[in-house]
Design a protein around this ligand. Structure first.
Ligand SMILES: [Zn+2]
Length: 430
């Protein structure tokens, strides 16, 4: 029914914010003896144009080496996200601009306007903008260490989801501020997504499938035309491929509607298939999630009694479609799911027969939900590996033609008959 959206962006911005202060003069750099405090504000602009980042850097030289050798610090190295623009830096007290250069290693070197001798400190600002869409905002907070205070300023009318929850909130006129106090440890990027729910726009298309023409409607917020066009195109393409990998034609009598959705709309999941009412697709979801939700039109046709058969098959169909469109992603996703099951197997002793999905997905139940999905996929995938595509398709055809609910015993029995193999070992997973 639903599928967790892996926050793929998380790994992209691993390039970090930092901050080595380069030592000029004859001494080797003892910069772990220096102290750098950061005060960072990420502001989502109300005009819909950018995310403005303002970073106050306070540097203090406590490097003993510079005391004895009369060395000093005079520059500051810093990595920006690759999509940063309008970069500028200026001194805190005088507001004088700092000059900078881009090194061949990809970091910026800012020239401090004075020599920072042992015991001295120096404060300056670095500012830059990050891109966004007019009504959706997705970015990562990328910080390092535990001497950084982070404030997110977001217009109050936006719905905001922050991956980490250890902040407190303040109402500041038209903004809500989400404050991560100094002392918070920053290691991994933290994804922030914001949505301004506007009226919805829609585009339409037609998928020419094997037995019928299926109308496709994609609904999205203002300014999300590129998202809408991509989803329409991907839906048409993937419905055809789903017919191909399952061996049977698009089953429902109704057309397909895809609705762009926020984290609140999907309760933390990547998507939701609500049958004839349409698919709610999280605006940050990948094509794999879209395929998974579309695949449920096929899994629902079998009237499975248990959710694991529904979800296991939806993920197998997703894998099979991806092997045709994006084989690298298919293999990575499959391997990751099999590994997740192995990793969590010792922690959760949930039988598939008893597994139920939770109403919402968040950091407190994430692993338990992932365990259920990964175990369900593992069982169906193992069966697919053993039986092969043709035999599985024969089995699915039989299941879809039954006029009663398909329970676990019925599923195993039909697959045994289709393959002439003993599949009773599957019961160990149930
Ligand atoms: Zn699902």
């Amino acid at each position: 029914m639903y599928k967790h959206e892996k926050r793929l962006l998380r790994s992209i911005f691993l390039i970090l914010t930092v901050l080595s202060i380069t030592n000029i003069s004859p001494v080797p750099g003892g910069w772990n003896q220096t102290i750098t405090d950061m005060d960072v504000t990420y502001e989502v602009s109300p005009d819909g144009k950018n995310i403005h980042v303002l970073r106050q850097v306070t540097f203090e030289n406590r490097d003993e080496d510079t005391r004895f050798w009369r060395g000093y610090y005079s520059s500051f190295n810093y990595y920006f996200p690759q999509n940063a623009s309008n970069i500028c830096a200026y001194e805190k007290e005088s507001s004088d601009n700092l000059t900078w250069s881009l090194s061949s290693y990809g970091y910026y070197t800012f020239c401090l306007n004075k020599k920072v001798w042992y015991g001295d400190s120096y404060a300056f600002y670095v500012a830059y903008d990050l891109p966004r869409n007019s009504n959706t905002v997705v970015f990562n907070i990328v910080e390092y260490g535990n001497r950084t205070k982070v404030v997110l300023r977001i217009p109050q009318y936006y719905e905001t989801d922050i991956e980490r929850k250890d902040y407190h909130m303040l109402e500041q006129k038209e903004f809500t501020e989400f404050v991560f106090q100094k002392g918070t440890t920053w290691k991994n990027p933290c994804q922030v997504t914001c949505v301004n729910h506007t009226d919805m726009y829609e585009i339409k298309g037609v998928a020419h499938l094997s037995e019928k023409e299926v109308g496709i409607t994609v609904r999205f917020w203002e300014g999300e035309d590129a998202w809408g066009a991509h989803v329409l195109d991907a839906t048409v393409k993937n419905l055809l491929l789903l017919e191909n990998v399952t061996g049977f034609s698009y089953p429902p009598q109704y057309n397909v509607t895809i609705i762009q959705a926020s984290v609140e709309d999907t309760q933390g999941y990547g998507g939701f298939n609500k049958g004839s009412k349409g698919i709610y697709l999280l605006h940050t979801s990948s094509d794999a999630i879209l395929i998974h939700e579309l695949a449920h039109y096929w899994t629902q046709e079998c009237s499975f009694s248990h959710i694991w058969m529904d979800e296991g098959h939806a993920d197998l169909y997703t894998y099979l479609v991806l092997t045709k469109t994006n084989p690298d992603v298919a293999v990575k996703r499959k391997d990751r799911t099999l590994e997740t099951y192995q990793k969590l197997e010792r922690k959760y002793d949930i039988s598939l027969s008893a597994w139920e999905t939770a109403d919402s997905f968040d950091s407190t139940n994430k692993d338990a939900i992932l365990f259920g999905y990964s175990k369900a996929f593992t069982v169906i995938y193992l069966m697919y590996e053993e039986l092969g595509s043709d035999t599985m398709q024969t089995g699915w055809q039989c299941l879809s033609e039954l006029d009663h609910e398909v329970d676990e015993q019925c599923f195993i029995q039909v697959m045994q008959e289709a393959s002439d193999k003993d599949l009773s070992y599957i019961e160990e997973f149930l």
